[in-house]
Design a protein. Structure first.
Length: 89
């Protein structure tokens, strides 16, 4: 379980780093994004491990990355330049 947790945190930090590289202008502070990715993945690992039980390491890490990515997606702000079209009548 310790190695699963460590792997989940590392995968969460990797996903956070990738999000910061790809969308720096649409995310809040770097510290918040890195913490949210790591903690979201750790929570996802615990949740998946509790649901599946021991012996499903790969599935646990996939669940960890999925929950971490969902949490990171909640931090994304809308783009500042939104094209608005008038509604057809």
């Amino acid at each position: 379980m310790i190695l699963e947790a460590l792997g989940a945190v590392l995968l969460g930090l990797g996903a956070s780093w990738a999000a910061l590289q790809r969308l720096p202008h649409r995310l809040p502070s770097r510290r918040l994004v890195l913490a949210a990715g790591a903690l979201g993945s750790l929570f996802g690992a615990m949740l998946t491990h509790a649901a599946l039980g021991p012996g499903h390491v790969v599935a646990t890490l996939v669940g960890a990355v999925a929950v971490g990515a969902v949490l990171l997606s909640l931090l994304i702000r809308p783009a500042s330049t939104v094209l608005r079209r008038p509604m057809p009548s």
